[in-house]
Design a protein around this ligand. Structure first.
Ligand SMILES: Nc1nc2c(ncn2[C@@H]2O[C@H](COP(=O)(O)OP(=O)(O)OP(=O)(O)O)[C@@H](O)[C@H]2O)c(=O)[nH]1
Ligand SMILES: [Zn+2]
Length: 361
């Protein structure tokens, strides 16, 4: 490792990033991690400190390709303004639908390794919410981690183990960690998971995300310093919470808008959250089985014999439908396809769908 690699390692830089950056290094450009982007400029963490750079070259028309927090930028070594020339291909990306009528999606964070989904144990476990956030996390490419917060409120080990297992069934393949910021219990386990990586915090308001962030950051909170050069008249410093460096290495991205991220084209992610259903579907008689009322449907059979909770199938359908709606809002082709499918389903008739609904309740 050279000096640059060593200096950037705490921000998530690794050999693969260094290799990808080599052509830019050959041009004399500096690598740096984007802390935030605003008004045509961005703050970039470089080995020499935080720089302010112009984003004109990395603000294409496609909103999903605009540079964002978490990107690894190639920055000019000098200049006024200095420009970000490019950024490295993303490993993962969090995208959400915009609230505008022309919903196009908005890029929220790039190169996230872990999505920490905070779910409070202060209230009844909301499995629908667990599934929704887990789908989003998978879709981004990040590894979801389910953090059951406020574990001090469920001191009984048997009860707690029950809740951990329940949460686990809603998110197959996801680590479930009970954590209490109040007592510190489980914080070390979580800290070990996120060390050296890039994480985001997702979850409902009040789930305990800020408290968790503070627990991970410890006493020596290293807030990222934005250094602004104001017409050469000197500079003033402000702090931002967009990208926080963890004491043990690694960063926490906590941008406004990411926390309550909406479901956006989480098609693949939904499949992963409901992997047991997709697996069962492999045994349905028809390869395009919709698990509504088809003969030889392995999914409906599993619901009937109690191996698959009806709630899971309902939830699966709900998320798939919601996702279809979001996709259809933007993509005319998808919309045409949906119409075609609706026509096909029309042939099956409303009666069949009523029957299935009665059956699943
Ligand atoms: N008992 C207990 N309470 C906690 C714990 N962590 C957080 N809380 C409480 O839960 C409430 C919400 O915590 P926050 O960290 O503000 O939640 P948040 O998810 O950041 O909320 P938003 O900022 O609205 O998204 C606060 O009153 C905290 O004191 C914990 O480990 N145990
Ligand atoms: Zn089926």
């Amino acid at each position: 490792m050279n000096d640059i690699d060593t200096a950037l390692a705490p921000y998530g830089w690794d050999d693969a990033w260094a290799t990808a950056f080599a052509p830019y290094a050959a041009q004399g450009l500096l690598p740096g991690r984007v802390v935030r982007v605003d008004r045509g400029q961005c703050d970039v963490l470089t080995p020499g400190g935080t720089l302010r750079a112009d984003t004109s070259f990395v603000t294409p028309h496609d909103p999903l390709r605009v540079i964002c927090t978490g990107d690894w930028a190639a920055v000019e070594p000098a200049g006024s303004p200095r420009f970000v020339r490019d950024y490295l291909p993303r490993r993962t990306a969090f995208v959400r639908s915009t609230s505008s009528r022309r919903s196009e999606g908005q890029i929220l964070a790039a190169n996230v390794d872990h999505a920490l989904i905070a779910v409070s144990l202060a209230a009844e476990l909301d499995l629908d919410r667990v599934e929704r956030f887990t789908a989003l996390a998978w879709e981004s490419g990040a590894q979801p981690v389910l953090v059951l917060t406020k574990a001090d409120l469920v001191p009984h080990p048997v009860v707690r183990e029950h809740l951990v297992q329940d949460a686990g069934t809603a998110a197959p393949g996801v680590q479930v960690l009970p954590v209490s910021a109040a007592t510190g219990e489980g914080v070390d386990v979580l800290a070990a998971v996120v060390a050296g990586t890039t994480s985001v915090l997702l979850g409902q308001s009040g789930a305990g995300k800020s408290t968790l962030a503070n627990a991970l950051l410890g006493d020596d909170v290293m807030e990222v310093q934005d250094v602004r050069e104001v017409d050469g008249k000197g500079r003033h410093t402000t702090t931002t919470r967009n990208l926080l460096v963890l004491p043990g290495g690694g960063v926490l991205i906590d941008t406004p808008g990411l926390r309550g991220v909406g479901l956006w084209d989480a098609g693949t992610g939904v499949g992963q959250v409901f992997s047991e259903i997709e697996e069962l579907a492999g045994s349905c008689r028809f390869h395009d089985c919709a698990h509504l009322a088809e003969p030889g449907c392995a999914v409906l059979a599993a619901v009937a014999d109690g191996t698959l909770p009806g709630r899971r199938l309902d939830s699966y359908r709900k998320l798939l439908r919601e996702n279809e709606r979001i996709v259809a809002k933007t993509d005319a082709r998808a919309r045409a396809e949906l119409r075609r499918q609706w026509k096909l389903r029309g042939a099956q008739g409303r009666a069949a769908s009523e029957a299935k609904r009665g059956r699943l309740r």
